[in-house]
Design a protein around this ligand. Sequence first.
Ligand SMILES: *Cc1c(COP(=O)(O)O)cnc(C)c1O
Length: 392
Amino acid sequence: MRSEASRARHSSNIVLSQAALKKNIRFIRQRVGEHPVISSVVKANAYGHGIDTFVPMAEKAGIHHFSVASGHEAEEVLDACAPESRVMIMGILYDQDLPWVIDHGVEFYVYALSTLEKVIAVARERGKPARVHLEVETGCNRTGFSPDGFGKALTLLKRHGKQLEFAGLCTHMAGAESLSNNFRIQRQMERFEEFKKIVSKRKLKPERFHVGCSAAVLAYPEYSMDMVRVGTLQYGFWPGPDMRNLWEMNHRKTKKESPLARIMTWKTDVMDLKDVAKDEFIGYGTAYQAYQDMRIAVMPLGYSNGYPRGLSNKGQVLIRGRKAPIVGLINMNVFMVDVSHIPDCAIGDEVVLVGRQGKNSISVRSFSEFANQLNNEMISRLPTAIPRKVAR
Ligand SMILES: *Cc1c(COP(=O)(O)O)cnc(C)c1O
């Protein structure tokens, strides 16, 4: 094993701002009020921010509940979080993982009767209750109990109170970030109310009702209930153009500054410089032809390092505070940018791929529009190998 100190340097790095996170959490808290628990959604390696770096940052910002999409991710959070923090699995959990999940007090969604029966058996065997959230189907049509199965699940819950703790009743909104979906969200909330009525008729009470995601915090704070599950927003991104527009329109007169701050800055440095004569092609094939004598800088990363290939000939990076446009295709592990207008550019210069440098800034949104990718898709694919560190 090589020691940490002798590890080879990676070709890019991600810096996370504690101050930005604090600002975003404060904004979310303002929106939902004092009562609801804010569950920090850290699936997909904390949306690319890095679970092991991000989780302690969130704890420092007052978060003690984390949501993930799988048993595998729950394990990563358990390794990173404080003993008092809670972890909740909203998605896939295999039967083979039930024993350790129950042993560690990890909460999890149940959306099928057959699972609930297995959970009861494992909880009995481990001598510890399982903390289950019953997910109900209200119109998203991915996972969730229909009213019929739900009734049976409640019967099991009543009968096996020693093995099952009713930690939550929940559902997921089907696209709350688009205002044109409003009618569908309203119908979902009506159906959720029906499920709540069934629960209270059976004289049961979950610890928490929860339905809200980032867009709900912005567009439907009245549905914050006992907990909101927030991903996108806590990282400082708007969950879609409608949500940003809604906020801007409501605050046009009173406030100028955005209530959100991007946590992530993604950086690399100039690998090499080269003069290219007019009419030469740059990189593979004929994707880019020099229209004049040019000076180009080579970047030491490519699509295998998480830089979207769709930015070929389209994206920009920041060098010495100025924008440098990408020329040619994004290769597997290099790409080139035009620095003809930045004459003092030198090998080793800092390059900002996402974030601010001097007066200029490159947003993830600018990527998405070019590459036709959602913010979340691009950041959640940032390789785990990129080192992450925290800045104030
Ligand atoms: C991903 C996810 C969330 C968080 O969504 P954001 O829009 O990023 O806040 C909430 N709930 C469930 C069930 C999810 O899968």
